[in-house]
Design a protein around this ligand. Structure first.
Ligand SMILES: Nc1ncnc2c1ncn2[C@@H]1O[C@H](COP(=O)(O)OP(=O)(O)OP(=O)(O)O)[C@@H](O)[C@H]1O
Length: 795
C-alpha cells in the first residue's frame, strides 16, 4: 500500500546538508568521481529519515515480519548477505545476457555493455556498495520485488525461523535480498532498467520503504547498485581483506568477473614542498654550521621527493572458469560440494548424496553436472502435478538460458539439482523455440540414464546394501563408513519419486524397479531390493508375492500371510498409498510376475489334496455362495493361503484391493459411482482344515435351511471382510449379529427383550424438570420477586 508522500517530511537533510568537503574527501572510495556529486548528494538523506519527497510504501505484512526477524537476529554468520547479493547480481547479469542473444542492442555501449560486478567501500561513510550491470529493475519491479509482493517462500521462511531455523538457508526461500539487514540499518537500491528511468529504493526496515526518481546519483547506464549503510557493529565489512576473503569464498561459481575497488600503496615522486623547505630555512637560522652544510647539499638536489600514496584500482577477485568445463578428475570432492551448495542455495552442513559430472558426445554434445541433494524439500510432492519447474539450469555455450526448463528432466526426477551446458543447441532463438528443439529429447534421454546410474551408484557403494554373498572380498575402504546407510537415506527422502517414475516412465521401468526398496517378511527390519527378493526365492516359486496395507505391523498379522510364511515364502509389504498405483504398472520384474497375496490367482505349487477338498466342501461352498448373493460376492472357494483363520475375502485380480478401496474412500473428491465400478469382485475363501468350517459344512449338509447356520455364516463373512482389510458397509448389522451370538454364548434366549423404562416415572420426572425451568425464567424476569420468594422459602 502506498502511503502519501511527505507524511514524514525530512527536514534534517535540508537543514543540515552534508559538507561539500566530506563528499570530495570521499572520492577515493570511487562511489563517484563526478565533480557535481556534492550538489547532487545534497539531496541525499540523513541516516535517520527516508527522503522527504519520495513515494512511500508499506511492506507486505509477511515481508515486514521477515525483516524484523532478520534485523533482530542474533545469528552470528552475518557474512551470508554478500553471497545473496552477489547471487542476485549474477542472476540479473544472466538475464540481460540471455536477452542480448536475440537483441544485441540491449547491452548498450561502452562500460554499460560490460557484464561484471563491482564492489566498493566507503570507510568514512560506512557504505558498502555492490553494483552489477545486469537487467536492472523498473520502478514497478522495485516496488513488487523488494517489498510488496510476498513470495511463497516468505511465510515458509518466517515459519522456519520461528522454529529455530537456520538463516543460512534464506536463499532457498527466495528472500535472500533481505539478509542485507543483518549488517545494515539503512539500504538504498539504485536501479536502472532499459525500459525506465533510474530509481532509488530505500528502507530502514521499519515497515516502510520509499522510491524516488534518481536525479542526484551518477547514472548507472543499466543495472543495480545496492548501497548498504552498515551498522556500527558491522565495521569489519569495510575491511578490504575481509571482503576479498568473502568474495572469494562466495563467488567461486559466479560466472561473471567480480571486481573490488581496492586500495594500493604506491611510491610517487612529487615535487618537494616549497613551504616545507622555507620552514626548514627559517629554522636553519639557529642551527649549527654542520646543518648549514647539509642545507647547501639539499639545494643542489632536484626539487622532488618520493611519498607513499594510496591509489585505487579494480582488482579482479574471481576466476570465472566454470566448474563443469573442467576435467572431472581435477575437481575435488570439496569443490563439488561447494558447487552443489551454491547451485542449490543449500548451505546446510550436509553433503549431496551423490553427483555425476559427464560429457555427452555424438550428435548432441553437452556437459552436465547432476546432484542428489541430501534432503527432499518439504513441498516436493505437494504440487507434484502442477509445478513445471525442474531444478536443472540450462546453459548454451556457457550462457545461462533458464532454470525452468521442463523438457530437461521428467517430473519424477525434479528432486535433482544440477546444470546442463549444451554446444548443440542454438543460442540466438527464443526460449519457446528452444523448448521445441529436437536435441532436447536426446539430452533428456541421456540425462535420465545418467541420473539413474548415479542413484544406483549410491546403492552400489553402500556397504549396507550389498548381499554378503555378492561381496567378493572387497577391501573395506575408508569411505565405506561414509557411504554406509546412504541408500536408505536416499530411499527415505526420494523413494516416492522412484515409485512415481515406475508409474510414469515405461521406457525406464526396469531400471527404476532395480532402485525400488521395501520391507518384507524376510528383510528383518532392513530394506530389501527386488534382486535380493529374487535371490531368496524358493525353488519352483514363480511369482513375487506382495501385500498392500496401512502399516507393516498390521500386515504382519494378516491372515493372507499365514500359509505363505509357514511355507517360508517371502512377501513384500507395500504400505505407502502410492504403492497401490505403483503395482498397477509394475506387472513383472526379470520375468517374474507380481502377485498380490490378497487377490485371486495365488499359486503355491500343486497340492494333491486340492481336488478332493474342493469336492468334499462342495455343499458348503455352493450353499454359502447363494446365501451371500446380495453381498457382491462372486464365489466361495477353498483357500490355499490360510492356516489358522477360518476364512478371508479376496478380490479379483484387476479390481481394487481392500487397501485401495480404503484409500479411495478416504479421498475427499472421489466419485462414489466410479468406486462401485472399480471395486473388485469379492471371493470368500474358506479354510477346509478349520473346525468352524468343518462344522458348518456338516450342518449345511444336515439342514440347509437352519436359520442359526445362516446367521453364523453371515457373521463369519462380515468378520472375514474386516480381517481382510475392508470397511464394513453396514456396521450396525454386524454389531447386532455379534450381540445375537453373545446372547447365545451366555445362554440368553434370542427373544429376550430389553427392559422398558417406567413410563409413569418418566412423565413425572419430565413435569418436574419443566416446572424448574419455568421457575428459572421467572426469576430472570423479576429478580426482586424471586429474591423475596427465596427469602420466604428460607423463613
Ligand atoms: N541486483 C539485482 N538486479 C535485478 N533484480 C534484482 C537484484 N536483486 C534483487 N532483484 C530482484 O528482487 C527479487 C528478490 O530478490 P531476493 O534475493 O529476495 O530473492 P530471489 O533472488 O528471487 O531469490 P534468491 O535470493 O533465492 O535468489 C529478485 O527475484 C529480483 O527480481
Amino acid at each position: 500500500r502506498k502511503i502519501h508522500a511527505n507524511a514524514e517530511a525530512d527536514s534534517e537533510e535540508l537543514v543540515n546538508p552534508p559538507k561539500v568537503e566530506e563528499k570530495i574527501g570521499a572520492v577515493p572510495n570511487g562511489l563517484s568521481t563526478d565533480s557535481d556529486v556534492a550538489k547532487r548528494e545534497a539531496e541525499s538523506i540523513s541516516k535517520r529519515n527516508l527522503r522527504a519527497n519520495a513515494e512511500k510504501f508499506e511492506f507486505q505484512a509477511e515481508v515486514s515480519r521477515l525483516m524484523d526477524i532478520i534485523i533482530n537476529s542474533l545469528y552470528s554468520n552475518k557474512d551470508i548477505f554478500l553471497r545473496e547479493l552477489i547471487s542476485n547480481a549474477s542472476d540479473a547479469l544472466d538475464k540481460i545476457r540471455f536477452l542480448s542473444l536475440t537483441d544485441k542492442e540491449i547491452l548498450g555501449e561502452g562500460d554499460t555493455a560490460k557484464l561484471d560486478i563491482q564492489i566498493k567501500l566507503d570507510k568514512e561513510k560506512k557504505i558498502l556498495s555492490i553494483r552489477d550491470r545486469g537487467i536492472g529493475m523498473t520502478k514497478d519491479d522495485l516496488i513488487k520485488n523488494l517489498g510488496t509482493i510476498a513470495k511463497s517462500g516468505t511465510s515458509a521462511f518466517v515459519e522456519k525461523m520461528q522454529t529455530s531455523g537456520d538463516l543460512n538457508l534464506i536463499g532457498q526461500f527466495g528472500v535472500g535480498f533481505y539478509s542485507v539487514y543483518l549488517v545494515a540499518d539503512y539500504v538504498e537500491v539504485i536501479s536502472k532498467h532499459n525500459d525506465d528511468k533510474q530509481y532509488v529504493w530505500e528502507s530502514k526496515a521499519d515497515g516502510a520503504f520509499a522510491i524516488s526518481e534518481d536525479v542526484w546519483n551518477e547514472p548507472l547506464g543499466r543495472g543495480t547498485e545496492i548501497r548498504l549503510h552498515l551498522r556500527e557493529e558491522a565495521g569489519e565489512y569495510l575491511e578490504e581483506a575481509k571482503l576479498k576473503e568473502l568474495v572469494k569464498r562466495y563467488s567461486e561459481f559466479i560466472n561473471f568477473p567480480i571486481y573490488l575497488w581496492a586500495s594500493k600503496e604506491v611510491d610517487v615522486e612529487v615535487p618537494a614542498d616549497e613551504d616545507e623547505s622555507s620552514d626548514e630555512e627559517e629554522t636553519s637560522d639557529s642551527s649549527s654550521s654542520e646543518e648549514e652544510v647539509e642545507d647547501e647539499d639539499a639545494e643542489k638536489k632536484p626539487k622532488s621527493k618520493t611519498v607513499k600514496e594510496t591509489t585505487y584500482e579494480w582488482e579482479l577477485l574471481n576466476d570465472v572458469k566454470a566448474i563443469w568445463l573442467r576435467n572431472p578428475k581435477e575437481v575435488t570432492e570439496e569443490e563439488y560440494t561447494k558447487f552443489y551448495q551454491s547451485l542449490a542455495k543449500d548451505f546446510s552442513e550436509e553433503k549431496p548424496l551423490s553427483w555425476s559430472h559427464f560429457t555427452a558426445e555424438g550428435d548432441v554434445e553437452f556437459k552436465a553436472v547432476l546432484f542428489v541433494p541430501p534432503k527432499a524439500p518439504q513441498d516436493l510432492y505437494e504440487s507434484y502435478y502442477n509445478t513445471k519447474k525442474s531444478n536443472l539450469k540450462l546453459y548454451v555455450r556457457r550462457v545461462f538460458i533458464s532454470e525452468e526448463f521442463d523438457e530437461l528432466l521428467p517430473k519424477y526426477l525434479n528432486f535433482l539439482k544440477g546444470l546442463v551446458d549444451s554446444d548443440t543447441l542454438p543460442l540466438n532463438v527464443s526460449r519457446e523455440m528452444l523448448q521445441q528443439h529436437s536435441s532436447l529429447k536426446t539430452i533428456k534421454k541421456k540425462l535420465i540414464r545418467k541420473a539413474l546410474d548415479m542413484i544406483r551408484k549410491i546403492a552400489d557403494e553402500d556397504p549396507d546394501e550389498s548381499n554378503d554373498k555378492d561381496k567378493k572380498d572387497v577391501e573395506k575402504s575408508s569411505d565405506d563408513d561414509e557411504k554406509k546407510g546412504q541408500y536408505a537415506k536416499f530411499w527415505n527422502e526420494f523413494g516416492k519419486s522412484i515409485k512415481l517414475g515406475i508409474i510414469e516412465d515405461a521406457s525406464n521401468r526396469n531400471r527404476l524397479a532395480k532402485l525400488l526398496r521395501f520391507e518384507s517378511t524376510k528383510s528383518g527390519g532392513k530394506l530389501a531390493s527386488l534382486d535380493q527378493y529374487i535371490s531368496r526365492m524358493k525353488p519352483g516359486q514363480k511369482d513375487i508375492f506382495y501385500i498392500t496395507g496401512n502399516s507393516k505391523e498390521q500386515l504382519e498379522k494378516s491372515p493372507f500371510l499365514e500359509r505363505l510364511t509357514k511355507k517360508n515364502y517371502e512377501v513384500i509389504f507395500f504400505t505407502d498409498p502410492v504403492d497401490e498405483y505403483l503395482m498397477q504398472y509394475l506387472m513383472d520384474y526379470e520375468d517374474k510376475k507380481f502377485q498380490n497375496v490378497s487377490k485371486e490367482g495365488l499359486k503355491l505349487g500343486k497340492d494333491s489334496k486340492d481336488k478332493d477338498l474342493k469336492e468334499s466342501f462342495k455343499d458348503l461352498t455352493k450353499w454359502w455362495k447363494s446365501a451371500l448373493a446380495s453381498e457382491n460376492v462372486d464365489d466361495v472357494k477353498i483357500s490355499n493361503r490360510l492356516a489358522d483363520t477360518p476364512c478371508v475375502v479376496v478380490t479379483s485380480k484387476y479390481g481394487w484391493s481392500a487397501n485401495m478401496e480404503r484409500i479411495m474412500q478416504s479421498q475427499t473428491l472421489s466419485d462414489a459411482s466410479k468406486q462401485a465400478y472399480m471395486r473388485g469382485k469379492r471371493v470368500l475363501e474358506i479354510n477346509p482344515r478349520h473346525p468352524i468350517i468343518k462344522e458348518l459344512q456338516e450342518r449345511v449338509v444336515k439342514d440347509s435351511e437352519d436359520e442359526g447356520v445362516k446367521k453364523t455364516a453371515q457373521l463369519m463373512y462380515q468378520t472375514a471382510l474386516m480381517e481382510s482389510g475392508f470397511l464394513l458397509s453396514d456396521p450396525k448389522h454386524f454389531a447386532s449379529n455379534i450381540y445375537d451370538s453373545v446372547k447365545s454364548s451366555l445362554n440368553i434366549s434370542p427373544d429376550a427383550a430389553v427392559e422398558e423404562e417406567d413410563e409413569a416415572e418418566e412423565a413425572e420426572a419430565e413435569a418436574e424438570a419443566e416446572a424448574e425451568s419455568k421457575e428459572a425464567s421467572t426469576s430472570k424476569g423479576d429478580d426482586a420477586a424471586a429474591d423475596a420468594d427465596t427469602l420466604k422459602d428460607e423463613l
